[in-house]
Design a protein around this ligand. Structure first.
Ligand SMILES: C[C@H](O)CC(=O)SCCNC(=O)CCNC(=O)[C@H](O)C(C)(C)COP(=O)(O)OP(=O)(O)OC[C@H]1O[C@@H](n2cnc3c(N)ncnc32)[C@H](O)[C@@H]1OP(=O)(O)O
Length: 724
């Protein structure tokens, strides 16, 4: 196998082809950048070289700067290891070189990869190459000149859109916007790029130095307006994150004072912002997401995923219809089973509404919608189940009903068929109790709405086979979910770790804190909405259904009140009947409903948890902590019991399943930034004042006392308890 590196071949035509090889994505690791510089310098020196072509081997130009370097900077706090690429390599060596260079782009050119291509004097691309500057998703800004190069090629508005939204475009759109000079087939890519480079060298084509261009920038007044609007937009969509405004600062510097000044500003900001907590959280999340696809004894034992072409979904309710939607959108044939034609029709209509909803939001074309819906068949019996590869049961949370269904499935479905349940709380061993198919019973826990939310918790028992887990992971990826393999317990990883989130909010409310203040503070923290609004949106049925389950599974550390029952008794059902904690009117934002306060007072009286009968006084920070630290505490139990393979899996699950802010890295990562000791002491204090709901877990106490991060791997004694 060839070693990663940069090579150069000089042809008889006088073109030097500089090739990057660093699989899997040709990331620009520091030695690769050094190799590019070395080859460029040599090519410029050599008399037999007239022009250069830069190329990425293996079908990909480059996935950008090596993100591992950011990880190392975050560990050490030393940003001096970041190379000076923008000025030294891209401006001086490539942009201002005495010989022209053409980028031959295929597959992808992202981040530093696209910046390298933009510094060249022309870009030839293969069809459907992915082009983008996704640096902001890593909490940094483009740092190889991107903030200056892109606006000069595609204009300010388009460049800002690509950078601020971290939006990739295809080479076809790149051609229209001026980023790409010509699109040719993959087979012709190198030849056309060589000819183009020679044409520039021999003045048959213009020699355009990107940073010298101003033709796409517009007037200063126009630029100022565009930047002002972008800053406003960034304030709204990227609260609590510094990189969006920082990126605009660098762009503005270049517009006002010229490209070189902009590049210098960019380099300075880049080095500072890489040390931000936001970047630490986002880079952690990047690697954490990728780690979820590595499951010991499943993905490392040479198994091959079996094809899953036909799936039966049982139950056409909210979850079943969402799951069926996700499957047909990814070209998987679905048989949807319901118990009567009325429910079946409702389920099919819900799926159609999901699909056409995507069309109206321009996320799907008409043709693709028709194609997806043609893959759906509604049925009222099991006759179509004889040749399905997988069944996903998504009926109501009723143990005996699920047991009956799995007993029937075992008899009807082919022996290879995976038997999955979408239960969100019930123990899988109980569901499969009466069957002999426990090796193929697995949890496929989707989050609502299932065709939108990206997380798929794959729940396995001690008996689920590795092959079945691998197959479901593969299906998860095909339907564009992030599968996270977890162990079997009440609530699995996400609902288990987050049951104290809702209960903590209710506890605080019963201690006298205003629910609208709680919601505001939690949304300021970065969740899309506060716990009470979320409850309105999810519907009170969920709260009622899980109350008993959690109370018995986690006896002694739960908080229950009569509030939801009282709300329902008073004709409130949350968003579904437009009356909950908030009032919901068409076309306007949810508004706090003061008429809910007497109902809350009644519940407070019944719960009687306020010390001395008086509302407690808490700071804004304490409100957030009193809701999220109990979640950290339960997360500790999840880690201790081995419900997740690694702490970072819980981070990913919390971000994708609970919308915990990605830039905070995930629940465990965030907790470690605060420190186990601080969290332990706070919980201990509250448990003394308000009872066992806050009592620190054994795991948290041990980590706090020993000064070990919560994310550090569990000891062998704990690992031996693993449910995985
Ligand atoms: C100075 C500059 O302006 C700063 C930068 O350039 S920052 C980097 C900007 N680039 C990016 O953000 C791109 C990040 N990468 C991606 O989005 C995706 O990996 C991709 C679209 C390139 C490929 O996706 P996909 O085919 O699904 O493969 P994916 O599993 O994500 O990645 C394959 C492997 O490449 C690694 N990888 C991808 N991009 C990488 C990068 N830029 N640096 C280091 N490793 C990278 C992944 O970690 C993964 O490693 P693993 O197999 O050990 O888990």
């Amino acid at each position: 196998m060839a070693k990663p590196g940069v090579t150069m071949e000089v042809g008889n035509d006088g073109v030097a082809v500089i090739s990057i090889y660093n699989p899997p994505v040709n990331s620009l690791a520091i030695p690769i950048l050094a190799g590019i510089k070395e080859m460029f310098d040599e090519a410029v020196r050599r008399n037999d070289v007239k022009a250069l072509v830069v190329f990425g081997k293996g079908g990909k130009f480059s996935g950008g700067f090596d993100i591992n370097v950011f990880g190392n900077v975050h560990k050490t706090g030393d940003n001096s290891v970041l190379p000076d690429v923008s000025i030294d390599l891209l401006v001086n060596t490539i942009g201002d070189a005495k010989k022209p260079a053409v980028a031959a782009v295929e597959g992808l050119a992202l981040g530093g990869g696209l910046e390298l291509a933009m510094a060249c004097h022309a870009r030839i691309a293969a069809p459907r190459a992915q082009l983008g500057l996704p640096e902001l998703t890593l909490g940094v800004i483009p740092g190889f000149g991107g903030t200056q190069l892109l606006p000069r090629l595609v204009g300010l508005s388009k460049a800002i859109e690509i950078m601020l939204l971290s939006k990739s475009i295809m080479s076809e759109e790149g051609k229209k916007s001026g980023l790409i000079d010509e699109i040719v087939s993959s087979g012709e890519l190198l030849n056309v790029s060589r000819c183009w480079a020679l044409d520039i060298a021999e003045r048959r084509k213009p020699w355009l130095r990107t940073l010298h261009r101003t033709d796409k920038l517009g007037s200063l007044a126009e630029a100022r307006n565009i930047l002002k609007a972008a800053r406003q937009q960034a304030k709204q969509v990227a609260r609590n994150m510094p990189q969006h405004q920082a990126c605009l600062d660098a762009i503005e510097e270049g517009v006002v004072h010229g490209a070189y000044s902009g590049v210098l500003k960019e380099a300075k900001v880049f080095k500072e912002i890489v040390l931000s907590d936001t970047s630490k959280g986002l880079v952690h999340n990047f690697f954490a997401q990728r780690a979820t696809s590595k499951v010991p004894n499943v993905t490392d034992v040479g198994l091959k995923p079996r094809p899953v072409k036909r799936v039966a979904v049982i139950g056409g309710g909210l979850m079943g219809s969402g799951i069926a939607t996700a499957l047909i959108l990814s070209n998987i044939y679905v048989v949807l089973k319901e118990i009567n034609s009325e429910y079946l029709l409702k389920g099919v209509k819900a799926i159609e509404a999901n699909v056409w909803g995507l069309v109206s939001r321009k996320k799907l074309t008409d043709d693709k919608a028709q194609k997806a819906l043609s893959l759906l068949k509604g049925v009222l019996d099991y006759s179509e189940f004889k040749d399905v590869d997988m069944v996903i049961e998504a009926v109501v949370e009723n143990i005996s009903l699920k047991q009956k269904i799995f007993g029937e499935l075992e008899k009807i479905c082919p022996p290879h068929c995976i038997l999955a349940t979408n239960t969100s709380t019930i123990d899988l061993n109980i569901i499969g109790e009466g069957t002999k198919s426990q090796d193929r019973i697995v949890g496929a826990h989707f989050f609502s709405p299932a065709h939108v939310m990206p997380l798929l918790e794959i729940v396995r028992t001690e008996k689920t086979s590795a092959q079945v887990i691998l197959d479901l992971m593969t299906v998860g990826k095909i339907i564009k979910k992030v599968p996270v393999v977890v162990g079997n317990c009440t609530g699995f990883a996400v609902n288990r770790a987050f049951f104290p989130y809702n209960q903590g909010a209710h506890f605080l409310l019963h201690l006298g804190v205003d629910p609208f203040r709680i919601d505001q503070l939690i949304s300021n923290f970065g969740l899309p909405m506060g716990p009470f609004q979320l409850q309105d949106v999810a519907g009170y049925g969920v709260a009622v259904a899980v109350k008993e389950i959690f109370a018995s599974a986690f006896a002694g550390r739960t908080f229950e009140s009569s509030l939801v029952d009282l709300l329902i008794k008073n004709g409130r059902n949350g968003k579904s009947n437009r009356k909950g904690y908030y009032i919901y009117q068409k076309g306007s934002k949810a508004k706090p409903d003061p008429s809910v306060l007497p109902i809350i007072d009644e519940s407070r009286k019944l719960a009687n948890v306020m010390p001395g009968g008086k509302p407690i006084s808490v700071t804004d920070q304490e409100v957030v902590e009193m809701i999220l630290f109990p979640v950290v505490n339960e997360s500790c139990r999840v880690l201790d019991e081995g419900i997740v393979i690694r702490a970072s899996d819980l981070d990913v699950a919390s971000v994708l399943g609970m919308s915990f802010p990605t830039y905070r890295g995930g629940i465990v990562f965030w907790a470690d930034t605060i420190g186990a000791d601080y969290i332990y002491k706070k919980l201990k204090k509250w448990s003394e004042a308000y009872g066992n709901f806050y009592k620190p877990s054994r795991f948290l106490e041990e980590r706090a006392l020993r000064g070990i991060p919560l994310s550090a791997p569990t000891s062998t004694s704990s690992a031996s308890k693993s449910r995985l």
